[in-house]
Design a binder for this molecule. Structure first.
Ligand SMILES: NC(=O)c1ccc[n+]([C@@H]2O[C@H](COP(=O)([O-])OP(=O)(O)OC[C@H]3O[C@@H](n4cnc5c(N)ncnc54)[C@H](OP(=O)(O)O)[C@@H]3O)[C@@H](O)[C@H]2O)c1
Length: 338
């Protein structure tokens, strides 16, 4: 008989948590019991899983007892507070926050890129930053063919990357502007509707913001290339869901665009989307709700003989967070580690 698991979702009422619920259902994850956990604010709320109503519970040491697996998507401070307790109670935790990503004891896993890293865990496995996951899925197969020497990434990140409330705020702002009123700003630092601004994560003394530094550090860890040269500029754009990225890659040797195209056509987790005649390439609306990262507009960098440019879009709540986490759990099951 197929083994079934007692699962907890910490942050079940959030953008990533709700997607986790959908994916566990869609992918028929073998569940014996599902506990949906949040803060006091949402305790008592009813959510639906597999046509059954499940009551959301406020997280506590008591409700974390007896779980086999906890998916956490409630922010870094919540993960730091509760995941060690869940692990001490016998669970494996897959964490969507940035709390443990750079901890040398914690694997940082994109199943299409470094599945073997999942083995060496001490109870917690980290899910990488969303823009980083999307980029790594697209560039790792190219790096395997010819080593990448330098990456320049420019991101166009949707409102939902900042959570369910940010997505709702942009809709209200758009309507206010259309009605001739001033947009209200509560969740994001500036109006995002009909606007864009540099990523709203805290600035580092170097002039980079945290989101950009996550891309640098996490890509190096996932790809197992501690000195890979990488720079990023992260921008929040008025798209509701799915992030886009313009990526410039410099390789150790010239890389023919057709060869890159052929590799990406067969790469796991990638869908090649390009029709140069119709100017048809990946778009966030078309990436929304899809599992693969859409990649296209692969072209020779005119400024460098060993350079390639590409464009990608991916649903960052799905592959950039919830799907990647569920795939890590599936990987653990497949390897008999869960
Ligand atoms: N959104 C994305 O695209 C994305 C992608 C990758 C990673 N992530 C990461 O995933 C995490 C969640 O992001 P999100 O976008 O889903 O955020 P969100 O929509 O704001 O949801 C936050 C969730 O955390 C819960 N929560 C907040 N404070 C809590 C507390 N003190 N104790 C227990 N639960 C608490 C909330 O419960 P209440 O309903 O009770 O407030 C809610 O369920 C963050 O760490 C984020 O960085 C997000």
């Amino acid at each position: 008989m197929r083994k079934t698991y007692r699962i907890g979702i910490l942050g079940a009422t959030g953008a990533v948590g709700e997607e986790l619920i959908t994916l566990l259902q869609e992918r028929k994850f073998p569940i014996a019991e599902l506990r949906l956990l949040s803060s006091e604010r949402s305790a008592g709320k009813q959510l639906v899983f597999d046509d059954q109503s499940v009551t959301v519970q406020s997280v506590s040491a008591e409700v974390l007892k007896g779980l086999d697996l906890v998916f956490a998507s409630a922010g870094g401070a919540v993960s730091r507070q509760w995941l060690p307790i869940a692990v001490a109670e016998g669970a494996i935790a897959i964490d969507n926050s940035s709390a443990y990503r750079m901890d040398p004891e914690v694997p940082l896993v994109v199943p299409e890129v470094n599945p073997e890293d999942v083995v060496q865990h001490c109870g917690i496995i980290a899910n990488p930053n969303c823009t980083t996951i999307l980029m790594c899925v697209a560039i790792a197969p190219l790096h395997r063919a010819i080593p990448i020497r330098r990456i320049v990434a420019s991101t166009y990140q949707s409102a939902s990357g900042a959570g369910a409330r940010a997505m709702a705020e942009v809709k209200v702002q758009a309507q206010a502007i259309l009605d001739g009123a001033s947009p209200n700003v509560e969740v994001l630092p500036y109006p995002l509707a009909f606007n864009l601004f540099l990523h709203n994560s805290p600035m580092d003394g170097s002039g980079y913001c945290e989101e950009e530094l996550k891309m640098v550090r996490e890509t190096r860890k996932i790809m197992g290339e501690p000195s890979l040269a990488l720079t990023a500029t992260c921008v929040r754009v008025p798209v509701l869901r799915a992030h886009s990225e313009a990526i410039n890659l410099e390789f150790a040797a010239p890389f023919a665009p057709d060869k890159a195209r052929e590799i990406l056509r067969h790469a796991p987790g990638v869908m090649l989307v390009e029709d140069f005649d119709r100017n048809y390439f990946p778009m966030p609306l078309e990436a929304t709700g899809k599992d693969p990262v859409l990649v296209g507009r692969i072209r020779q960098d005119l400024s460098h003989t060993c350079g390639l440019d590409l464009w990608l879009c991916g649903d960052q709540i799905r592959k950039g967070a919830a799907l990647n986490a569920v795939q890590i759990a599936e990987l653990l099951m497949a390897r008999g580690l869960l």
